[in-house]
Design a protein around this ligand. Sequence first.
Ligand SMILES: Nc1ncnc2c1ncn2[C@@H]1O[C@H](COP(=O)(O)OP(=O)(O)OP(=O)(O)O)[C@@H](O)[C@H]1O
Ligand SMILES: [Mg+2]
Length: 252
Amino acid sequence: MTLTIRNLRKTYGRGTAARTILDGIDLTVAAGECVAIVGRSGCGKSTLLRLLAGLDADYDGTLLHDGAPIAGTDLRRGIVFQDHRLFPWLTLADNVGLALADLPLPAAEKRERVRARLAAFGLGDYLDAYPKAISGGMAQRVAFARALVNRPSVLLLDEPFGALDAITRTHLQQELLALWQAEGLTVVIVTHDIEEAALLAGRVVVLDQHPGRIRRVHDVPLPYPRRRGDPAFGAVHDRLMAEFQDDLARAA
Ligand SMILES: Nc1ncnc2c1ncn2[C@@H]1O[C@H](COP(=O)(O)OP(=O)(O)OP(=O)(O)O)[C@@H](O)[C@H]1O
Ligand SMILES: [Mg+2]
């Protein structure tokens, strides 16, 4: 049951300036699922993710997390954006520790949680480093550590690897898969990258535009780890790519 979206409608602006971005969205994401959301630029993917995160409470319809309405952010939902959004004046440990600020835990336990999370991302030697001293891939790992330090059950990802080079992206995709499997997380990942969707997701949701609706949901019934060279993987990839070739043909 985890995430339930029913008849979701999102409009930006008022009166004559009102623009409906999402309309009639229905989707249920089960506990432990990894769902990818793809669609053309501007179709409302980030809008949908922000609504799920509770960063935007202005919508019509129903959004539930474990049956309870989503009304504001929640420690049970972690979020990672394309840019790491770390504070440059804080160490990596303090950046991650901020996410624990409101938890009634002893300081020593918070420190240990932060250390363990950063260590799990290979950053155990960088607790006292500042964001400017680390690479883009490392900074994005810190963003994941910050999103996970509260032990959320749901991880919401908005093109989390979009700004990384291909090698770093591949590493982080593998780390995400390992984490997802080890911790039983529920993952919703917005991506521009069809291959990434096919590598990671059990279902791929294709969003349409004007207004954003779900055009189709593709099942990806392939075991993990998935290999790019595998013919079954290639078939899924082609099926997803075809969604966008239709788009181009219609535009022509
Ligand atoms: N705060 C806002 N106020 C008004 N319009 C907005 C706001 N945020 C987004 N929009 C508009 O809503 C539409 C959807 O934006 P959104 O960022 O959700 O798209 P997206 O699918 O994530 O695009 P991209 O793939 O480029 O990231 C766009 O037309 C955008 O201009
Ligand atoms: Mg976006």
